[in-house]
Write a new protein. Structure first.
Length: 458
């Protein structure tokens, strides 16, 4: 069982608890993804004849930008180490759009799965690869002399003992890094020629492109050439080669395909931008938007997509769609697509109290990030509680005055607040800085009073 499948054993309560460490509020969305994750674990334990009939209940998140839709999906995938891909539905309405390009999201998912699986396999062989790398470096530093055939046994034995002692001496120096700058000559793979057909990889030739890339050396191998490098550079090159020798890429690819099929998550953002209702309001051609929906439909329903690693079924990939749905409604999506997202959760807008929690509570909160960044300059920065309240109030006020972009507003407010400190940090004599409400007002209120809110716009 893979790492991702083992972590799917989290109970829904445990999953929500993990998400709470990074995301404030939005309990309904967290519950939905937690149940979807647990259902994957349950599906693996039902009788095999029924397993293929159980499909994931895809989720549609409805809420304004910056409230945590993408972060919930991304953190869920990271939690279980599952392949994750985020795409924007609106990109498929661009000029030159080709319907088959919708399948690119599945190919990207497979690439991510291959990388994840390869990293896991690489970790398992790293120790053996390091040993082989060390031996090859010693061979480069100490080429074995050719013994003459007429040497007697005693001389040969003495010579071998001397070589062994020298080799061990060099081994210690190599491990201590004393030989890192010494030049050596190594053999490396010559770069394969660039495949010109990549620029023409449209609907009818994609499978042919995959095959041509392999023929042209896109997957390793190819001719060798000699080049000079330092021991430090050679170590990295040789280590990669040794890891490649120890990895069974065919098995890795098979495992990755299965991982993508059973544990993959595709997040489709801005799905409201392809709702046909927007066209009725005069915001764009209806044909393109509805065409994207119909091209998405078979992928979400479950189909087979060709990739350079083989054919993958999307029947059990979890799809999470999201959109603000300000100018369109869910009912503006075609009925077939609506039916493929049976779980719908509404995410609430963020108020001032939510901003306070976002600034302080998450494991990776903004305040912790800025404190850590400025600490690298020798500055000890602290924020009082009233300062945090004031930052949150101003962020909420700017969101209400211009455009509600949710928690992303905190980034611009914090940058403006700490602009002078960040700029002067290397030369500041004062190493302890306390930021209180008075400091926040002094830095930010002038912009608000003059209605110069453009400084806060992303």
């Amino acid at each position: 069982m893979t790492d991702a499948q083992m972590r799917q054993a989290f109970t829904p309560r445990e999953t929500v608890g993990e998400l709470d460490r990074y995301i404030i509020g939005q309990d309904g969305a967290k519950r939905a993804v937690a149940i979807a994750l647990r259902n994957r674990w349950r599906r693996q334990r039902v009788p095999e004849d029924l397993r293929d009939e159980i499909h994931p209940k895809n989720i549609l998140m409805i809420g304004p930008t910056g409230v945590g839709k993408t972060e919930i999906a991304r953190r869920l995938a990271k939690l279980i180490k599952a392949p994750f891909v985020k795409v924007e539905a609106s990109k498929f309405t661009e000029v030159g759009y080709v319907g088959r390009d919708v399948e690119s999201m599945v190919r990207d998912l497979v690439e991510v799965a291959v990388n994840l699986t390869r990293e896991e396999a690489q970790t398992a062989v790293e120790a053996r690869a390091d040993e082989a790398t060390e031996e090859r470096l010693l061979d480069l530093l100490l080429p074995k002399p050719k013994h003459k055939g007429y040497e007697d046994t005693a001389d040969a034995t003495t010579s071998e003992d001397s070589e062994s002692k020298t080799r061990e001496t060099f081994r210690r120096m190599l491990r201590d890094g004393k030989l890192d700058d010494r030049p050596v000559e190594i053999e490396v793979s010559a770069k394969p020629p660039v495949s010109l057909v990549q620029n023409f990889s449209a609907e009818g030739v994609q499978d042919m492109v995959f095959q041509l890339q392999d023929m042209l050396g896109g997957r390793g191998g190819g001719p060798k050439k000699r080049r000079k490098a330092t021991v430090s550079e050679a170590r990295d090159i040789i280590r990669e080669e040794e890891i490649g020798k120890l990895l069974d890429m065919d098995q890795i690819n098979r495992d990755a395909m299965k991982l993508a099929e059973e544990s993959g998550i595709i997040f489709i953002d801005e799905i409201d931008k392809v709702a046909s209702g927007q066209a009725k309001k005069g915001s764009g051609p209806d044909v393109s938007r509805e065409g994207v929906q119909r091209d998405l439909l078979p992928i979400v329903e479950g189909s087979t997509v060709s990739t350079k690693y083989g054919r993958i079924r999307t029947d059990h990939v979890l799809f999470i769609a999201a959109g603000a749905f300000h100018t369109a409604r869910v009912s503006d999506l075609i009925p077939e697509l609506q039916g493929r997202f049976p779980i719908r959760v509404e995410l609430s807008s963020l108020a001032s109290d939510d901003f306070v929690r976002i600034l302080k509570e998450p494991k990776n909160s903004l305040l912790k990030q800025y404190v850590a960044l400025l600490e690298t300059e020798g500055l000890e920065v602290t924020f009082t509680d009233d300062a945090v309240q004031e930052i949150a109030r101003i962020a909420a006020e700017v969101n209400a005055s211009i455009e509600n972009i949710g928690a992303r507003r905190l980034h611009t407010v914090m940058e403006t607040l700490l602009d002078d400190i960040s700029f002067d940090a290397p030369e500041r004599r004062e190493k302890v800085i306390e930021i209180d409400a008075a400091f926040v007002k002094a830095q930010l209120e002038p912009a608000l009073r003059s209605e110069d809110l453009s400084r806060f716009v992303l």
